[in-house]
Ligand binder design. Structure first.
Ligand code: 6PG
Length: 242
């Protein structure tokens, strides 16, 4: 288990650019070492800004995108193509511009897909897909998480049942405090299988959550660890109460 490290960037734009450069490097290094890379994407504004910065990076195509497996840390359980889905936004910000192997883009099912509105079945199917790489989940090279103002990550919320789940890798989330109410999320256990876990937090609205999670508050953002590295990527406003 890796102890949390912090890197503080000047502002949101520098945070996105620095995180994008770091992501490209991690993916290139993983492919050099193991021939492929697994990355877990996050929704939210900081996650989206990172994807846009990767799209704009001159170094973007140093990554062999055909040998990258992309996963999601969580997804809003909405119809395919809904603008509120993390997948929809990721495709718009970056993925549609990349030569990815479609079979390596592991989407959490929409609410109008093969499982219909059965979010439990959709979550179970994702758990099965994660297990298709030889263990419960792949050893993700990097797993990115936005941080909510309440200290949530993925769709694991303080005091909410999903945060307490200790079994399994992908779960259904209902009555999410953050709309929309129905989601699919990786569990803390699945998140902890990642070599590197990065927490992205920008803006003054995250300062309390950052201070609490890095302090002694029991928050999902403070509970996650990578097996090799746990890295908080912050801007000065989000780090202002540390
Ligand atoms: O599906 C989601 O809503 C996200 O995955 C969620 O976990 C997000 O990352 C945080 O809520 C931070 O979002 P912001 O960066 O927009 O505050």
């Amino acid at each position: 288990m890796s102890e949390p490290e912090k890197i503080v960037l000047a502002d949101g734009e520098q945070l996105a650019a620095a995180a994008a450069a770091r992501l490209i490097t991690v993916l290139v290094d993983a492919q050099a070492a193991r021939g492929h890379a697994h990355a877990v994407l996050t929704g939210g504004s900081n996650g989206g800004a990172l994807l846009k910065a990767v799209a704009a990076s001159p170094a973007r195509d140093a990554v062999d995108w055909a040998r990258v497996d992309l996963w999601w840390g969580d997804e809003r359980f909405l119809p395919a193509g809904d603008p509120e889905r993390n997948e929809t936004q990721a495709r718009e910000y970056l993925l549609d511009a990349l030569p990815l192997e479609p079979g390596r883009v592991h989407v959490m099912a929409p609410s109008d897909g093969e499982f219909g509105d059965d979010v439990d079945a959709a979550a179970a199917a994702y758990a099965a897909e994660l297990a298709g790489f030889g263990s419960a989940v792949p050893a993700f090279d990097v797993l990115m998480l936005g941080v909510g103002p309440d200290g949530h990550v993925a769709s694991l919320f303080p005091g909410h049942p999903g945060y307490a789940v200790t079994e399994g890798t992908a779960i259904a989330v209902r009555e999410s405090p953050k709309p929309p109410p129905v989601r699919i999320s990786l569990t803390l256990g699945a998140i902890g299988a990642a070599r590197q876990v990065w927490l992205l937090a920008g803006g003054a609205g995250k300062a309390d959550a950052v201070a609490g999670a890095l302090g002694d508050q029991d928050l999902p953002a403070g509970a996650v660890r990578g097996t090799e590295r746990t890295l908080w990527l912050l801007d000065e406003a989000a780090a202002s109460k540390l």
